[in-house]
Design a protein. Structure first.
Length: 64
């Protein structure tokens, strides 16, 4: 995402939604692994995560 796109979407208080997420203790190891794959420094891990789940996405669930 470019800086102007980020400013227009994520950083604009009128357009963003902030949600508090609570992870149950028994789900923390798996959630931690998923967060690391999606937000870590390895783009290949993100790409693999998306590829593994792309077949299960429905058009209704996608924001396009």
């Amino acid at each position: 995402m470019t800086a102007p796109q980020l400013k227009e979407t994520t950083m604009d208080p009128k357009k963003r939604t902030l949600l508090r997420v609570t992870v149950l203790p028994e789900e923390r190891p798996e959630a931690g692994d998923t967060i690391e794959r999606l937000m870590g420094n390895k783009p290949e891990a993100r790409f693999a995560f998306i590829q593994e789940r792309a077949a299960f996405a429905s058009e209704e669930a996608l924001d396009i």
